[in-house]
Design a protein around this ligand. Structure first.
Ligand code: HEC
Ligand code: HEC
Length: 165
């Protein structure tokens, strides 16, 4: 019995110790690795078809199922008709899903497929007053680039945030 107690058994086998050392060394990296960025190669049609009305959102901001649903309902796109030819839909949809969120942090797919509806988005922006969102230079939560100048590159560093007056 004694041999299998925590101290005499698991810890001494080194397994618990190794797990502990591993978590101390690597967990912070796993948790903080939230740089989104853009895929190394950005699909041409994505830029031409999806950045006309707003910034080209980084694919890593939504998981594959959300992109899939969004790409299947472009004729009814948040009050706009964003429909495009079938070939482009297929190409962009495949690319978006391939590069969709790969970290748990951005893995949420809200029913309306909005980045701005995710819990992480709401949490990260909860200190912004409602009057700020309606400023002419901001207009909408979806207008990331108003405050994150490098949003089109998928960069949202906290120390680069500038809220326009
Ligand atoms: C005709 C204009 C138009 C085109 C083209 C367009 N969108 Fe949009 N999109 C909108 C509008 C309008 C909204 C809502 C913005 C708002 O709420 O302020 C929106 C919102 C979005 C959102 C949700 C933003 C949020 O609130 O989190 C995503 C994601 C999105 N678009 C992706 C795409 C993709 C992918 C394409 C290309 C296939 C595309 N859009 C093409 C007009 C367009
Ligand atoms: C009105 C300005 C504004 C708009 C518009 C806005 N943000 Fe932000 N964002 C902020 C502020 C302020 C913070 C918090 C910075 C801090 O914590 O110091 C933030 C934080 C973030 C963070 C967390 C950064 C980190 O390092 O933790 C992400 C990711 C982010 N925003 C993404 C977005 C996306 C995506 C959009 C558009 C769909 C968007 N934001 C629209 C102002 C804005």
């Amino acid at each position: 019995m004694q041999n299998f107690s925590f101290r005499n058994g698991i810890w001494r086998t080194g397994l618990a110790r190794r797990l502990f050392v591993f978590s101390v060394t690597w967990l912070p990296l796993v948790v903080w690795a939230d740089d989104i960025g853009m895929p190394a190669v950005v699909l041409k049609s994505y830029t031409s078809e999806c950045a006309a009305c707003h910034v080209a959102y980084a694919p890593g901001l939504l998981p594959a199922p959300a992109w899939n649903r969004l790409m299947n309902s472009l004729e009814n796109h948040y009050g706009s008709d964003a429909s495009i030819d079938e070939k482009s839909v297929k190409e962009i949809s495949t690319w978006l899903q391939k590069h969709g969120a790969s970290t748990r942090r951005f893995n949420e797919a809200p029913p309306d497929n909005r980045i701005t509806s995710t819990a992480w988005f709401v949490r990260k922006h909860r200190e912004i007053g409602s009057a700020v969102w309606t400023r002419t230079a901001v207009k909408s939560r979806a207008n990331c680039v108003a405050c994150h100048q490098r949003a089109a590159k998928g960069i949202f560093e906290e120390d680069e945030v500038r809220i326009p007056r």
